[in-house]
Design a protein around this ligand. Sequence first.
Ligand code: FAD
Length: 467
Amino acid sequence: RKADITCQVLVLGSGPGGYTAAFRAADLDQDTVLVERYGSLGGVCLNVGCIPSKALLHAAAVIEEAEAIAAHGISFGKPKIDLDKLRDFKDKVVGKLTGGLAGMAKQRKVRTVQGTGTFVSPHELEVEGADGTKLIRFEKAIIAAGSQSVKLPMFPWDDERIMDSTRALELADVPKKLLVVGGGIIGLEMATVYAALGSEVTVVELMDQLMPGADKDLVKPLQQRIAKRYKGIHLKTKVVEAKAQKNGIKVTFEGDDQPDGSIFDRVLVSIGRSPNGNKIGADKAGVNVSERGFIAVDRQMRTNVAHIFAIGDLVGQPMLAHKATHEGKVAAEVCAGMKSQFDARVIPSVAYTDPEIAWVGVTEREAKEKGLKVGVGKFPWAASGRAIGIDRTEGFTKLIFDEDTHRIVGAGIVGPHAGDLISELALAIEMGCEAADIGLTVHPHPTLSESVGMAAEVYEGTITDLY
Ligand code: FAD
């Protein structure tokens, strides 16, 4: 069969991994085709993930700030929420970014093909689109088909009151009673949005702590804050059934700490994401996929098939956009003949909740489990002039050092802007900084970033009393 399109590099999926790979490949003079099943480029992150959620979280933060400043003499009154306008704002933010991508693809002469792609041989992908089926023959391929949210099978998903994160971001209404199943990053970010808009939020989590990837002490300030604002946070609690009724969704729980009520106006299920590796005909290309849908790759992002690469959520944890983009660049460069490798020492994680929680590298729990000899420098924000000035003293900055070398191996920050503050520590770990390097770096005063230098000084013993 004759191919409709031929190219040097085919990229399957246009999320942060895919578009980065396609653009880099084109910049390196590779004739590149980008296949995407949806009408707009950008994948989960731009369309139904990172970007719309942060636009809504911005609105939530403004509402919370306006409420908080009332205690200090400035009152704005109860917020009036025009959901249509808010949705419009979010859609415009998304549109600006996805539209930008389309322009960037055009500029680089990356050909985009809309439709669902399935491999039919090691050098061919069939794309099923609105205008029929196209066969693309490629020299090299980069699989960037991402992930999708895990759906609890016993839930009535055809009822629109049951939501995954995509539905929750549609912002159809502000439910009076919202149940969030899963207290991870995505669930708690959406809980932050809906609580600020006026929903009575209940969170249930199977594990014994919210955000199980982070150290327990980092999560505590968030938990204390939301415990006052939400109807309930229930740990070690399992959802076993959900039934759609006229008066709401009736949910049955199992566990020691069950919520009071069982009827909710909407239920958000955010229990993780599963990779799309099993849905792209990878076997026809000879690419090995695990039962769960992950594709194993080496440091050059190469699969078991030498000319096929894979990047992003479907190659493993952490499923984060910034990991996908870096991997995308590596894959494209290797396709173009460069000797690049994905060699990140650490990948930061951020929950854009209120307060934000960010961590990078080794956690204290991990250090304990692995028997690593580490020491901790912790700076409480109650001793930060800036944190006091913004009336947010619940946070802290914690640095984790190798006790033998005093090199930084991990860090955690909780408090407003923790997500921005963590970057310095990712760089410090990449550069192999010692505590003294961080403590002797002059940080601007008065900023929250000072807490980073101070935490290193606490570890070094050059600050003993927290002035
Ligand atoms: P994806 O973004 O999943 O893109 C894959 C693309 O491939 C999709 O567009 C899909 O339509 C397409 N595709 C799949 N199969 C086919 C096929 N057969 N044919 C054609 N096209 C196909 N990460 C962060 O780092 N920061 C955040 O703040 C953040 N917030 C998030 C909030 C939410 C609500 C969610 C759901 C996720 C969030 N993430 C965040 C995670 C982030 O979105 C993902 O890690 C990232 O999008 C992964 O990029 P990717 O390139 O691997 O794939």
